[in-house]
Design a protein around this ligand. Structure first.
Ligand SMILES: NC(=O)C1=CN([C@@H]2O[C@H](COP(=O)(O)OP(=O)(O)OC[C@H]3O[C@@H](n4cnc5c(N)ncnc54)[C@H](O)[C@@H]3O)[C@@H](O)[C@H]2O)C=CC1
Ligand SMILES: Nc1nc(O)c(N)c(N[C@@H]2O[C@H](COP(=O)(O)O)[C@@H](O)[C@H]2O)n1
Length: 277
């Protein structure tokens, strides 16, 4: 007799990855400038003292997907895809980047915390600066990012919106009162917040971790501004759901940099290369 599928995949237990092994993997794929100090040292001195001058911040795009290329369930429902080991990798990535970015679609669906809290919550100076691409200021004022800011768990989030007459003074005021900083950014020809312009902003620091969702992943990949893609592939099938690339997205070619098994998941690290037409 046929029974319905379990909500959570029934997987065999695996060994938890050691901290040294995790660090070793990251050191093998990221530039040296990411690891000058012990992991818990504050971010700004790290960035100021050791990073070599770059024309723009280092951009890491990272997300978790199912075997059928989905990053969320039907209607954008958040799904825990990463196992414990690859989730720890995500949190180490958050720790080593100066800033972390999501789009407003993710803010509305997931209400993410975007902090480094695994295996333990890191002190405020080691947390990345949260940045939200939110053209029309749709971020809920009740977002956990604001609550965490008030509890001194994460830096005050920066919400980026379209400027000029289209910016709603009322929404801006409400979001600032709830604990965010709202800043305006140029828009590109498609009317999206300009990624080129974003990467010139001082609050991005020297490294940006882009976590999604699908639209943001797609525009960053098409922009040619991504240095490294770190994707976690979980051994599950979702079926109906949100694909990692939006409809019509033009992805770049990718070159494999590294791959490693993290528990039940495979983490693949790639470098985008310009597509030769
Ligand atoms: N599995 C994973 O690793 C992740 C999954 N997700 C999932 O992704 C889904 C959300 O994805 P989307 O709806 O596509 O929303 P999204 O999070 O990509 O936000 C898109 C919105 O950002 C704004 N935006 C402004 N400038 C932009 C630009 N230059 N490029 C792209 N967007 C720009 C626009 O208002 C746009 O509608 C959720 O279901 C969430 O659960 C999100 C992050 C990671
Ligand atoms: N690495 C990873 N694995 C998954 O299985 C995921 N669903 C996600 N999602 C991303 O993480 C955000 C949630 O962050 P918090 O745990 O609230 O800090 C979510 O919004 C996605 O960006 N990532």
């Amino acid at each position: 007799m046929c029974s319905s599928a379990p909500a959570t995949p029934q997987l065999l237990p695996t060994e938890l990855l050691s901290s040294e092994e995790l660090t070793g993997f990251l050191e093998s794929v990221f530039p040296r400038s990411f690891f000058p100090h012990p992991p818990t040292s504050p971010k700004s001195p790290k960035a100021l003292l050791t990073a070599p001058p770059r024309k723009r911040p280092f951009v890491t795009l990272t997300y978790a997907q199912s075997l059928d290329g989905k990053i969320a369930g039907p209607g954008g429902k958040q799904i825990r895809l990463s196992g414990d080991e690859s989730m720890r990798l995500t949190h180490r990535l958050r720790e080593i980047h100066d800033s972390i970015l999501v789009g407003v679609g993710t803010m509305i669906s997931d209400d993410p915390q975007l902090n480094a809290r695994l295996p333990v919550l890191l002190p405020l100076p080691s947390q990345p600066q949260p940045i939200i691409l939110d053209t029309n200021l749709r971020t809920p004022t009740s977002a956990r990012l604001m609550k965490n800011y008030h509890m001194r768990i994460t830096p005050r989030p920066i919400i980026l919106c379209e400027g000029g007459e289209k910016a709603s003074a009322e929404r801006k005021e409400a979001l600032e009162a709830s604990g965010a900083t709202v800043k305006e950014l140029e828009v590109d020809e498609q009317g999206r917040l300009s990624l080129e312009s974003l990467l010139k902003q001082e609050y991005v620091g020297q490294s940006l971790m882009v976590e999604g969702g699908a639209s943001v992943i797609s525009t960053f990949l098409a922009s040619g501004l991504v240095d490294l893609v770190v994707m976690t592939i979980a051994p599950v099938l979702i079926g109906d759901g949100v694909s990692m690339l939006s409809k019509g997205a033009i992805p770049p070619e990718l070159r494999l940099v590294a791959r490693k098994t993290f528990g039940h998941d495979i983490v693949i690290v790639c470098r985008p290369v310009q597509r030769v037409v």
